[in-house]
Ligand binder design. Sequence first.
Ligand code: NDP
Length: 301
Amino acid sequence: TGAARVLSGNDASSDVKEELKKRVEALGQKLPGFRPGLAIVQVGGREDSNVYIRMKLKNAEAIGINATHVKLPRSATEVEVLLKLNELNQDPNIHGIIVQMPPDSEHYINPHTITDAVNPEKDVDGLHTMNEGHVATGDLETGFLPCTPNGVMELIKRTGVKIAGSDAVVLGRSKIVGTPMSELLKWHHATVTVCHSKTKDLEQKAAAADILVVAIGRAEMVKESWIKPGAVVIDCGINSIDDPTKKSGKRLVGDVDYKGAAKRASWITPVPGGVGPMTVIMLMRNTVLAAEKMLERLLQP
Ligand code: NDP
């Protein structure tokens, strides 16, 4: 093991959890019996989705959020999902709605149609086009920030490293991680390079990063030589690889070769226990925020 300090998402998320418990308690004092409500919509029953949903339900319960698991069968069509979302949009006890992606249906379901059918004021995943637009143009206050990039920002802030003026490199440009990640870093005044599958000289670009965020879904692709000495390295990857020494025969690794990168980085996130728990707790924070906003509107004279 190398010199890097471990940037623990378990520690950071339990700090946020304590703060959220207090905020939920305060809401219950403003309006007795009031609790934030979260609906988690699942189409079908992918095993990885089941695991993520269990984590979300467990966190919600610990914080005092009323979470409902809304299950639709694999036979559900896009229209049926839209009807369910419409119902949840109208429900005054539901403050946050997420659809667990990807849907597992016998029919084609367009993910963009689904995310844009959630009322933007209940869009606690921050994936509605309107919320994306706020972030893209540097308004980080009005809407909801997407959970994984928002969790990464929390982790970077905990290092104390100055973001403004730093050179940040993001590997990946997906809708849920890479793209909003690069925008958040940009609006925190980093100078951002976004890399993807067509990028040339990927290693050299990564090696110029003061802050390197990796979200490519390629097990341990980022090696020691890709890391600038002293860099902050954030690994969003969750990859299951074969490991005959484990009872399950499998093991989770990130997109970064942890041992190698830790020799050069100043800070590095582990997998598991890094970005994963931050994603879940940011969903909880958005849900509490949605409930706070709703109650504010309700109690307005
Ligand atoms: P996607 O597959 O949607 O996107 C991957 C991105 O990486 C794309 O932009 C792709 O480029 C780029 N890419 C793929 N291969 C390479 C390569 N060899 N070189 C350079 N760029 C490459 O993945 P996600 O963004 O959804 O997820 C990324 C990782 O993060 C996954 O491991 C996923 O499991 C994990 N994840 C973790 C979460 C958490 O809570 N911790 C939440 C969400 C995801 P192009 O655009 O050109 O195709």
